[in-house]
Design a protein around this ligand. Structure first.
Ligand code: TYC
Length: 106
């Protein structure tokens, strides 16, 4: 076999897909909403526990939400984003805080 690329008479037949079969999943932001009652420390705890933020990152996000009204906790696939929202809202409800979060297509 030579290195001549136009001579494919002895090539092994390998099918190459023209288009990838898989698509990248749509991503979703989990948004945290401000309210007047949820303690700041609880919001920081939620961001550390469910969004893997360190204390400084969690404090910055919490303060952003406190001042601006809304902020991004993270970006996930739909199922993971929905699961995070459920975990946050369940813990808030258990502690009688009105904390709300929601998802938005990224
Ligand atoms: N605004 C609340 C307070 O003054 C703190 C807070 C921050 C609440 C972020 C919710 O998503 C929130 N205690």
């Amino acid at each position: 076999m030579t290195e001549n690329s136009e001579d494919n008479t002895s090539d092994i037949g390998v099918l190459v897909r023209a288009v990838p079969k898989t698509r990248k999943p749509s991503m979703y932001k989990v948004l945290m909403l401000n309210d007047d009652y949820t303690p700041m420390e609880f919001v920081v705890h939620v961001l550390e526990r469910f969004f893997n933020k360190n204390r400084d990152e969690a404090t910055n996000i919490m303060l952003h939400v406190h001042k601006k009204g809304v902020g991004v906790c993270g970006v996930f696939t739909y199922e993971v984003a929905e699961s995070k929202v459920s975990l946050v809202m369940d813990l808030a409800r258990q502690n009688q805080h009105p904390l709300q979060c929601t998802i938005e297509r990224d």
